[in-house]
Design a protein around this ligand. Structure first.
Ligand code: B12
Ligand code: SF4
Length: 557
């Protein structure tokens, strides 16, 4: 007889204010949260079909007592900023006497933090979940199950349980083609969690996932959540023609985004394939404009090139670039603020995730800092995020003794944010994108969806979106109305195919403008605390005073 179990999957809340929550942009798109929990719904798909699953996402809805009463087992987990809420969920479940399984990247990186959970499933679930299921079926009430690293065969990964999602809650949905990345950036945990040899799904498997979403009626933005979509170029080039054929056969119902290393710009054939498949944006880790810093963080793929030329080439291939930048590296110089602002201007990237360096658990960086006696205890960040509602490395970074004085780094950081996210500066970059972005003309003739209702030839949905966007700019960001209007007007006349993307970037700014000011205020408070002698390094003890912001000369083991 098949085993029976009611499984309640609970997505923990992300903590506080974050660059990534995009609340105001979600409102424009009529959604509650940007992205769905792909890890949890993939794990759910690996459970026996006879087990019944329900999903509650604490970022979009309430977890009720009745949900917990229904469950035999609660499954939860996620990433570091979700840790505090995962602990809350464990507590709530235990109050209802329900056992809890925690899985996902954070428990994999820091299993010791989750001892309160009854079961911990570490690593990629494809490689280990069967061991947990067998233990549960044989009556086990606790256990730690650890997958062998980087060996999970993702060609056997099932179609995620997209049916568990309330799709209208999200601005976009995600799929995954590859796990792992061939590079070795010192601060990165991807290579420690998913390995350096990218493993990919088969084309049939990917198309089955995409077709499932299509059959559910989903259309629009689909994100390839890959660590580095082009990590295995040969495989991605073999896959893209299938994706293109599928898109053409279905009248291009999806437009894609992903994350890729900057060397994507070196490969014309790859860019052409991505264009034809209808990729419209890529997130690229630029990290620093300083070559020495890039070399010392082992990100050599970003050196020996003009970053601006590479980024503009991607615009001309039809995709706008979002980018990550980091402040706080040991080798950074005192001119970092000017150099980074210049780089952001020169590349004209509107959406820049400028964060403070954060030593994530299980990275080369963390191990080095620990060896050098510079790493702050893990509770440093959690305490800060709990106390101040701070959610990510914008406000909780620098969890180590910095090489340059901490105050100087913070000052540079706030300068970069303040300059980058002024409305005129942001929209100047949007204007360049609007001029350079060469979106393809897509043959949508094979589509079978009924044509959307239109007003003066514009789909009503787009009219409603534009209205919601403009209304919010008028009421919340009046200072951005003129620069936005100017770019929109010029784009309508010179490059109308880029209009949607001007709208998307303006929606992002509804979040990024106020968020940058929130971060600047938080940084100013920390600088004031340092000046007033109120900020203390967690490594400083009364018996062992260390000058603030100075690297100890004798490394502690
Ligand atoms: C897409 C993505 C994002 C997206 C959105 C994700 C979302 N759904 O909301 C965005 C860009 C917003 C984001 C932001 C951040 N992210 Co992120 N993100 C990813 C990425 C690239 C893919 C996530 C994904 O969908 N994976 C696909 C699924 C199938 O894989 P998976 O989650 O690992 O799930 C598998 C197993 O872990 C397991 N599993 C997962 N959950 C559960 C639960 C149970 C019960 C069980 C049994 C098993 C299980 O089963 C799955 C199948 O094997 C991952 C890296 C990666 N490859 O996963 C990083 C990753 C999760 N992010 C990470 C981090 C640090 C962040 C940030 C804090 C900083 C940053 N990188 O910008 C922010 C914080 C966001 C916030 N709001 O505060 C780290 C987490 C490290 C940690 N110790 O927790 C990762 C691992 C890598 C990285 N450095 O970016 N992220
Ligand atoms: S390129 Fe990106 S995913 Fe790859 S190791 Fe570097 S930071 Fe990590």
């Amino acid at each position: 007889m098949p085993s029976l179990c009611n499984v309640l999957l609970v997505v923990p809340r992300f903590s506080g204010q974050s660059f990534w929550n995009f609340t105001a942009a979600c409102e424009v798109f009529g959604a509650r949260f940007p992205a769905p929990p792909l890890g949890l719904i993939t794990a759910a798909a690996l459970l026996p079909p006879s087990w019944e699953c329900r999903l509650v996402n604490r970022n979009t809805e309430a977890l009720d007592d009745s949900d917990l009463d229904w469950a035999d087992l609660v499954m939860t987990g996620g990433m570091l900023p979700q840790q505090p809420d995962t602990f809350r969920i464990i507590g709530l479940a235990h109050n209802h006497r329900k056992p809890v399984v925690v899985g996902g990247p954070d428990v994999t990186s820091s299993p010791e933090a989750y001892q309160a959970a009854d079961f911990r499933v570490l690593g990629e679930a494809e490689g280990i979940i069967d061991a947990f299921i067998a233990a549960w079926n044989s009556g086990a009430t606790e256990g730690v199950f650890e997958a062998e690293k980087f060996t999970a065969d993702i060609t056997r990964s099932p179609i995620p349980r997209f049916d568990l999602l309330k799709r209208s809650q999200y601005t976009y949905l995600g799929v995954q083609f590859a796990r792992g990345c061939p590079f070795t950036c010192e601060f990165c945990d991807i290579i420690e969690l998913y390995g350096r040899v990218p493993r990919v799904k088969t084309a049939e498997q990917m198309l089955a996932e995409i077709e499932t979403l299509y059959d559910y009626g989903y259309r629009g933005h689909l994100d390839f959540v890959d660590d580095n979509f082009i990590g295995n170029k040969k495989a991605v080039k073999a896959f893209l023609p299938h994706l293109i054929a599928w898109q053409k056969a279905h009248g291009y119902p999806f437009e894609f985004s992903t994350e890729a290393s900057i060397n994507v710009a070196d490969d014309d054939a790859l860019l052409a394939l991505m264009r034809e498949a209808n990729f419209f944006t890529i997130f690229v880790g630029i990290e620093s404009p300083d070559t020495d810093t890039l070399v010392s963080m082992q990100k050599k793929q970003n050196t020996r090139r003009s970053l601006a030329a590479s980024v503009h080439k991607i615009y001309q291939a039809g995709m706008f670039v979002n980018a990550g930048f980091i402040v706080g590296f040991d080798s950074e110089r005192s001119n970092v603020a000017d150099a980074m602002v210049e780089c952001i201007e020169a590349t004209s990237i509107p959406f820049c995730m400028v964060g403070l360096l954060y030593a994530l658990p299980t990275t080369q960086l963390t191990r080095r800092l620990a060896r050098e006696g510079r790493l702050y205890p893990p509770d440093y960040t959690l305490r800060r995020s709990e106390e101040n509602g701070m959610g990510d490395q914008c406000t909780s970074g620098l969890n180590f003794e910095t090489a340059r004085p901490r105050r100087d780094i913070l000052l540079d950081y706030r300068t970069i944010l303040a300059q980058t996210y002024r409305a005129d500066a942001y929209y100047r970059r949007v204007q360049t994108v609007a001029r350079l972005l060469d979106r393809p003309v897509l043959d949508k003739s094979a589509g079978t969806d009924a044509p959307p209702a239109c007003l003066f030839g514009i789909p009503l949905r787009d009219v409603a979106l534009l209205w919601r966007l403009v209304w919010r700019i008028i009421t919340r960001q009046p200072g951005a109305l003129w620069p936005f209007g100017k770019v929109l007007y010029e784009c309508t006349r010179r490059n109308p195919r880029a209009i949607n993307y001007v709208g998307i970037l303006a929606a992002f700014y509804l979040h990024l403008g106020p968020f940058s000011r929130f971060v600047v205020a938080a940084v100013d408070r920390e600088i004031a605390d340092i000046d007033a002698g109120k900020w203390h390094s967690p490594l400083v003890t009364a018996a062992d005073p260390v000058e603030l912001g100075r690297v100890p000369e004798t490394p502690v083991a």
